[in-house]
Design a protein around this ligand. Structure first.
Ligand SMILES: Nc1ncnc2c1ncn2[C@@H]1O[C@H](COP(=O)(O)OP(=O)(O)OP(=O)(O)O)[C@@H](O)[C@H]1O
Length: 262
């Protein structure tokens, strides 16, 4: 097993507010993680640090064997696939879907004068096909539905064949059919032994794809529990994380949680 990501005593402060507090975490190359927690818990902050896009105010972060703070993040970024709302917001609405994906080769949003090889163009086409949106290649990104945009964002995040794949709420805004198709696509990625290490944020246990091996629960900037998914996703831990008494069940690798009825 090789260490892919490690956080040691990581805190991030903005003014008086602690966005993350003393987070310790080690992720190995065989792991697929899900991060759950209520609104404002610090999930996106954790992901942005893992992407090398935010720096902690205390502690040490190692990403793909490089120490954050002493590595050139522009060299690191192509090794990391990221799909998040903040990155999606930077894709120009007039950009074609094909260009929205292929520009990930240079870790840019908005095609300018870069030269892309045929191999880049064909990888972008293959990824769009894999996520069922090949027929949208020539459409402008701004004209897509939320679900179509999500698929394009995930195709983009895989463009550089990353070693680490970070997904922030990939199923948010999708209808039930779209959510289930996305979960199936993610489950397929995770079962591939050449797949990148996945680190995904979600609000709902129902959105956890089969194949996730580890879970991290975050509340008020701190870890409530982290470790093997079946040990962490218990009614007790989820209740402590969300502040509502919950029951949890699991069937065929999928989780369901709901409020406990007394
Ligand atoms: N620059 C900032 N200054 C002060 N507070 C901030 C700043 N940026 C984020 N926060 C706060 O830090 C907390 C953690 O934010 P973060 O986006 O990481 O949470 P999250 O768990 O992803 O939430 P959500 O589920 O709502 O997306 C939130 O309360 C947010 O308002």
């Amino acid at each position: 097993m090789t260490e892919v990501l490690s956080f040691s005593g990581v805190s991030l402060r903005r003014g008086d507010k602690l966005l993350l507090e003393s987070v310790d975490l080690t992720v190995f190359d065989t792991d697929r993680w899900v991060i759950l927690g209520p609104n404002g818990a610090g999930k996106t902050t954790l992901l942005e640090i893992a992407a090398g896009r935010m720096h902690p105010t205390a502690g040490e972060v190692n990403i793909l064997g490089e120490r954050l703070g002493s590595v050139d993040v522009f060299e690191l970024r192509p090794r990391i696939g990221l799909a998040s709302a903040s990155l999606a917001a930077r894709i120009p609405p007039h950009e074609t879907v094909r260009d929205a994906v292929v520009t990930a080769s240079y870790a840019v949003t908005g095609r300018w004068n870069e030269n892309y090889d045929d191999v880049d163009e064909s990888r972008a086409a293959d990824l769009l096909a894999a996520f069922g949106v090949a027929e949208l290649s020539e459409r402008t990104y701004g004209t897509l539905s939320d679900g179509e945009k999500k698929r394009v964002q995930i195709a983009r995040s895989l463009m550089t064949d990353p070693e680490l794949l970070l997904l922030d709420e990939p199923a948010a805004g999708l209808d039930l059919g779209g959510r289930e198709e996305l979960i199936a696509a993610l489950a397929e990625i995770m079962q591939d032994k050449f797949a990148p290490v996945v680190f995904m944020v979600t609000h709902h246990v129902e959105e956890i794809p089969p194949g996730i091996t580890h879970a991290l629960l975050l509340r008020d900037a701190q870890i409530v529990a982290a470790g093997a998914v079946n040990d962490v996703l218990t009614a007790e831990n989820l209740t402590a994380t969300f502040g509502v008494e919950l029951t949890v069940s699991q069937e065929e690798g999928r989780f369901t949680a709901r409020a406990k009825v007394n």
